[in-house]
Design a binder for this molecule. Structure first.
Ligand SMILES: *Cc1c(COP(=O)(O)O)cnc(C)c1O
Length: 714
C-alpha cells in the first residue's frame, strides 16, 4: 500500500523523511522533533506534531526547497545518522548485561492500551502511557520486546465540553494514512491476517505494525470486509460496549495475539501480561503445549514458567470478571485440544470477589494463577494486592503472598522538556540520557545556576499559556463558543502567577473536587492581591461514566463562576499533547486520590522530572517518593472510616499547605527576583525523581527480577 498516493515522491536527497516520520523514535529525540518543526512550523502545530500527516499535506515545492536548504540538510543528515546509530547499536545495556546468554530471548508484551504519541491514539489513560513508555525504554536499553495490542480505528474520542459543562464525545476515525502504522507482512510477502474462533463463528484480524526504534508493536484490527458488520466493530473502540463486547475483544487479543506472533515467526521466550485484559493468552498457550503431548499440569507449569503478570488497580471493579455462561458461549470454538480439560482450565479463572455475584471467571485471577511472577506497581499497591487477592495463594502466610513491587516510571526523554534537557547536557553530563537512572549523577543538579533554572521554568510556563490561548482562540474562531467558555478555556490566566495543574481521567476515587471543599477559602487563596494562584484542570471522563461526567461538570461550573475571578481553567480534550504542555508548564502538580486507590499514578512523575513539585496525598508512588524536601505531602491524619470526614481533613491539610508553604515559597523573591527556596524544591524534585521514577529504572527491574530468571540470565 502506498502511503502518499497521487503525490510526487519526496525528493531523493531527503527521502528518508518518510522513514523517520513512520518510526516513533523521532518523538523522543528532540533534534528529530526540531527537524520536523523546521520543515514547516505552521503544519507542525496544526497537525499537533504529526509528521506523517505533515508529509501528506505539505506542498511538494516546500519539500523541494527543504532539499536545497543547507541548514535543513545539515540537521537532516545528523538526525538520520542518529537513527542509523540507534538501529545498529550492538552495545546496549541489554547486550552488556546478558550477552550471548540471552540470545534468542524475546519478550511479548501484551496490553489493551499503548500511548506512544498523540498521532496514534490507542489509549484511555495511565495504563496506556505506562505501556508506551515501557516500549520506548525497552528500545533505548536494547531489550528485545515486541508489543501486542489493538488498533481501535475509532478508539479515541475528542472531548468537547458544552457551555453547561457536559462532556460531549466526538469519535474520530483513525486514518492509517495519517498514522505511523503499516500492514504487517508475513515472510512470504502476504499481509498478516489471523483467524480467531468466537463462539460458533470465526473472526479475522488484520495485523498492523508500529515502529518505535528497536521495538515493534503489533496491532490487531477486526475491521476487515470478510467479517460480519458486528465483528468489524469489535476492535473499533477501546473497552467498547458491554461485557459481551469486552470478552470478545479479550479473546481476540489473547488468542489472536499469540497467532499473530506465530504468523510472523516471532517466538517469545517471555509473555508479559500488562493487566488482565490479555490473560486469554494463557488459554492458547496451554492448548499449544497440550498439542506437544504434555499433560495438563505440565502444560500449565510450562506456561507459568514463562509468563509474568502486572496488576494495576486496587479498585475491585477495575478487574474484568465474566459470568461463566458468557465464557462458555464465546470460547465454544476455541478449546481444541483443551476440550476434555476445559473445567480444569476454567478453574484457573474461577474467583469470588465478594461483590455478591458469586464465582465468576476473573481475568486477573486467571493471570495470577498462571504467571510465575506477579507484580504490583508501587510498594503500597503490593501490600494492597496481597490483601485483596489472598484466596489465590491458599498456602501463603499473610504478607508473604508472592507479589512483588516494581514501581511505575516514566520515559524521561519523552517527558522532560527539551529546554531542561539542554541544561542537563550543559551542567550535568553531555550523555546524561544514557545514565539518567544513576542517582549520584544527579547530585550535580547543584551546578545549575538559579538564574538558568528559573529562566527555563518561566519559559515552560509561558509555552503552556501560549498553548492555552491558541486553543481558546481556535474555539472562538472555529466553534464560535461564547465568551464564558473562552474565559473557562484560560484566557484570563496570568502567565506570572503560581499555576497548579490537575489533569487525569475524571474518576471519583481521584477526588477531583477536593480542592473545592471550602469554596470561600479557596477563593481567598486564588485571588490574593500580591500572590495570586490559578488552577488548570484537564481530563476526560469515560463516555459511560456519568458520575465522572458530573465531577467534570461541577469543575467546569467553578471555572465559569465569577467568584473565582477567571483563575480556574479547564483545558478540553486532554491527551498526550496537552499532557506535555501541562506537566512541563505548571508550577505545582496536585494529586488528591482516596488512599489507597491510586495504585501508582504517573502524571505526578512527569511533572516532577520537569521540576514541578508534587503536592499529593501519600498514595501510590508518592508514598515512597516523598522525602520531606521534594514536594509536599497532604495528610489529613484522619483515621475515620467515613469518607466525608477524611475529605474534610484532607482538604484542610491541603489548604494549610497552600497558605503556609506553597504560595509563600513561590513568591519569596530575592533582590534579583529569584525564588531561591522554590528553586531548591525544583532541584530536589528533579534530583530525586528522575533516577528513581524513570522507566529506565523500571524496565531494568522488570528485566532483572521478572524476565532474567526465565531465560537463565541469572
Ligand atoms: C500520564 C497520563 C495519564 C495518567 O495520569 P495519572 O495521574 O496517573 O492518572 C493519563 N492520561 C494522559 C494523557 C497522561 O499523559
Amino acid at each position: 500500500m502506498e502511503r502518499y498516493p497521487g503525490l510526487t515522491p519526496i525528493p531523493e536527497r531527503i527521502r528518508r523523511l518518510e522513514e523517520l516520520a513512520c518510526d516513533l523514535w523521532w518523538s523522543w529525540h528532540y533534534r528529530a522533533r526540531d527537524l520536523f518543526r523546521r520543515l514547516d512550523y505552521r503544519l507542525w502545530r496544526e497537525t499537533a506534531h504529526n509528521p506523517v500527516r505533515m508529509l501528506r499535506l505539505l506542498g511538494r515545492d516546500r519539500l523541494e526547497r527543504a532539499a536545497e536548504d543547507r541548514g535543513f540538510l545539515a540537521m537532516y543528515d545528523s538526525v538520520v545518522h542518529d537513527l542509523d546509530l540507534a538501529g545498529s547499536a550492538k552495545n546496549t545495556w541489554w547486550s552488556q548485561r546478558y550477552g550471548p546468554a540471552a540470545k534468542g530471548a524475546k519478550v511479548a508484551y501484551f496490553s489493551a492500551e499503548f500511548a506512544l504519541h498523540q498521532s496514534l491514539p490507542l489509549y484511555a489513560g495511565g495504563l496506556g502511557v505506562l505501556a508506551g513508555d515501557t516500549c520506548k525504554e525497552a528500545s533505548d536499553l536494547g531489550v528485545p520486546l515486541v508489543g501486542i495490542g489493538f488498533m481501535y480505528p475509532q478508539g479515541y474520542f475528542h472531548q468537547h465540553v458544552s457551555a453547561d459543562g457536559w462532556q460531549q464525545e466526538a469519535y474520530e476515525r483513525l486514518d492509517w494514512l495519517d498514522a505511523p502504522i503499516e500492514p504487517a507482512m508475513r515472510a512470504d510477502g502476504a499481509p498478516c491476517v489471523v483467524a480467531v474462533a468466537l463462539g460458533d463463528r470465526t473472526v479475522l484480524a488484520a495485523v498492523w505494525v508500529v515502529r518505535a526504534g528497536r521495538v515493534k508493536l503489533l496491532l490487531l484490527d477486526t475491521d476487515l470486509p470478510e467479517n460480519a458488520p458486528w465483528d468489524r466493530e469489535l476492535s473499533a473502540r477501546l473497552y467498547g460496549g458491554n461485557q459481551e463486547t469486552r470478552i470478545q475483544q479479550e479473546i481476540v487479543l489473547g488468542l489472536g495475539g499469540v497467532r499473530a506472533l506465530r504468523a510472523l515467526d516471532i517466538e517469545p521466550t517471555i509473555w508479559h501480561l500488562n493487566e488482565g485484559h490479555a490473560a486469554f493468552v494463557v488459554l492458547q498457550r496451554v492448548r499449544d503445549a497440550l498439542e506437544q503431548n504434555l499433560p495438563f499440569e505440565q502444560a500449565v507449569a510450562e506456561v507459568r514458567r514463562t509468563t509474568v503478570f502486572t496488576t494495576h488497580t486496587p479498585v475491585p471493579a477495575g478487574h474484568d470478571a465474566f459470568p461463566f455462561h458468557l465464557v462458555e458461549t464465546y470460547l465454544a470454538g476455541a478449546w481444541g485440544s483443551l476440550g476434555q480439560l476445559r473445567n480444569q482450565f476454567l478453574a484457573l479463572g474461577a474467583y469470588d470477589n465478594g461483590d455478591g455475584n458469586g464465582q465468576m471467571f476473573n481475568m486477573t485471577a486467571l493471570a495470577m494463577r498462571s504467571a510465575g511472577a506477579v507484580n504490583a506497581v508501587s510498594q503500597l499497591h503490593r501490600d494492597v494486592t496481597r490483601q485483596m487477592w489472598t484466596p489465590i495463594w491458599p498456602g501463603a502466610k499473610p504478607g508473604e503472598e508472592p507479589v512483588r513491587d516494581i514501581t511505575n516510571g516514566v520515559h524521561v526523554p519523552t517527558w522532560v522538556a527539551s529546554e531542561l534537557s539542554k541544561l542537563f547536557e550543559a551542567h550535568i553530563a553531555p550523555d546524561w540520557r544514557q545514565r539518567h537512572d544513576d542517582e549520584q549523577m544527579w547530585d550535580a543538579m547543584e551546578a545549575i545556576p538559579d538564574e538558568e533554572l528559573w529562566a527555563v521554568r518561566q519559559a515552560l510556563r509561558n509555552y503552556l499559556f501560549a498553548f492555552i490561548r491558541e486553543r481558546a482562540r481556535n474555539r472562538w474562531i472555529e466553534e464560535r463558543v461564547g465568551p464564558g467558555q473562552i474565559v473557562t478555556a484560560g484566557t484570563l490566566l496570568n502567565p506570572d502567577a503560581l499555576t497548579i495543574g490537575f489533569a487525569r481521567r475524571f474518576a471519583a476515587y481521584k477526588r477531583p473536587e477536593l480542592l473545592f471543599h471550602d469554596p470561600d477559602r479557596l477563593a481567598r487563596i486564588l485571588s490574593a492581591a500580591r500572590e495570586p494562584v490559578q488552577i488548570v484542570y484537564a481530563g476526560k471522563s469515560h463516555p459511560a461514566d456519568d458520575s465522572g461526567k458530573h465531577h467534570l461538570q461541577r469543575i467546569y461550573k467553578r471555572a465559569m463562576d465569577q467568584g473565582f475571578g477567571g483563575r480556574i481553567a479547564f483545558i478540553d480534550d486532554y491527551d498526550l499533547h496537552v499532557a506535555h504542555f501541562m506537566v512541563q508548564g505548571c508550577d505545582v502538580w496536585l494529586n488528591t486520590p482516596r488512599k489507597p486507590l491510586e495504585a501508582s499514578g504517573t502524571s505526578g512523575m512527569k511533572a516532577a522530572v520537569n521540576g514541578v513539585p508534587h503536592l499529593s496525598i501519600g498514595d501510590g508512588w508518592w508514598a515512597e517518593g516523598y522525602n520531606g524536601a521534594n514536594g509536599w505531602l497532604i495528610d489529613g491524619k484522619c483515621e475515620s472510616l467515613d469518607p466525608a470526614e477524611v475529605d474534610a481533613a484532607d482538604a484542610d491539610a491541603l489548604y494549610r499547605l497552600l497558605e503556609t508553604e506553597v504560595v509563600p515559597t513561590f513568591y519569596d523573591r530575592d533582590a534579583h527576583g529569584l525564588p531561591r527556596a522554590w528553586l531548591r524544591l525544583v532541584r530536589e524534585s528533579i534530583r530525586t525523581v528522575i533516577p528513581r521514577f524513570s522507566a529506565r529504572r523500571m524496565v531494568k527491574q522488570y528485566v532483572e527480577s521478572m524476565y532474567g530468571p526465565v531465560f537463565g540470565g541469572e
